[in-house]
Design a protein around this ligand. Sequence first.
Ligand code: NCD
Ligand code: ZN
Ligand code: ZN
Length: 422
Amino acid sequence: MSLVITGASVLGEKTQDLYVDDAGLLVDEPPLGAEVLDADGLVALPGLVDLHTHLREPGREDAETILTGSRAAAVGGYTAVLAMANTSPATDTAEAALRVLDLGREAGLVDVQPVGAVTKGLAGEELAELGLMARSRAKVRVFSDDGKCVHDARVMRRALEYVKAFGGVVSQHAQDPSLAGPTACCHEGEVSGRLGLPGWPGIAEEVIVARDVMLARHTGSRVHIAHVSTAGSVEVVRWAKGQGIDVTAEVTPHHLLLTTDLLEGYDPTFKVNPPLRPGEDVEALRAALTDGTIDAVATDHAPHARHDKEHAFVDAAFGMIGLETALAVVRTAVPDLAWTDVARVMSSTPARIAGLTDHGSLEVGTPAHVVLVDPSASVTVDRADSVSLSRNNPWHGRSLTSRVVHTVHAGRVTVRDGALTS
Ligand SMILES: NC(=O)N[C@@H](CC(=O)O)C(=O)O
Ligand SMILES: [Zn+2]
Ligand SMILES: [Zn+2]
């Protein structure tokens, strides 16, 4: 079925109808007998692309499945997500990657692109089947042990050398385990001291970022820094880019808006890795996103079942959900970011980093992946409204600016007036 999207302001600029043919491609002539999607007063952006989503299937289907996570993604305006490898078992073989890809196609709401593990079982020792995953039908290009840091410099060096051969990238969860161990759960500073929570100092991130940009330079390969959370990491990335080192970086919506002091109530909803940081770091992250030092926004959507999250702060699982709210959080945190820049950091650049050539633009001839946003809406988040299986939603009760109204994936309307069509 062909489609006409009427009345939207494309990238926040001129108002123009968008035409989709019955193959789901954007075309420049109005197709005959098309379905009409009313987008009067809305802003049209290329469908959002998330470099960092945890879908929990296989292994923890009580927290999220590829289908429920795809539903949350579509509601959030996403048309592609990269599914992190820290499932059980981990995505460390071509078979595992193909299974994620195919379950994503079966769900049919967004493109689910598997991330491959860097090391077998995310154990940090032996490299996983990087080449087999890359050459498989899943065409894996992004590799990450996320949840864990590839802390051994020799392993990281080998991984960077290996992925270079096929234009891959290693996405690093930067956390030096000797500076921030598994119990570290609160930014190390005045608040962690007062609350008696084990500290996770910014330097534990920064030393790995510094090491890895040097390894990228040494190997001539490409590194991506996941969920950058400190001003110091931003400085290192800025320096590395100035040197011509092939590094990209992402920031999460929550690190753009939430700060350490939220931990005062010991609410485990706000326990996340890396931890929420002080206001100075948040300011530096916003500035770095605006000036391009940070390339992309990635959700790090990390759903957890109640029985893993509802514990004393030190025992609760790390992570918060974020797919459905990401765009509104970015609009709220960085309201001066132009729509063209929102499209850059949430769609075209993440698509380029991940090698997803079908995503990230509204050009004629490309698949129609489109999100339509009400720029002036103000919405109060209710965790009960989420389509995710999990309820660890840090935005509950908050009012956020802008709302995803419709999402179109490959010419098919997946979300209409904020609700899933299937
Ligand atoms: N971000 C988190 O707090 N948790 C993530 C792991 C990760 O991204 O490091 C998870 O898998 O739950
Ligand atoms: Zn991580
Ligand atoms: Zn993660």
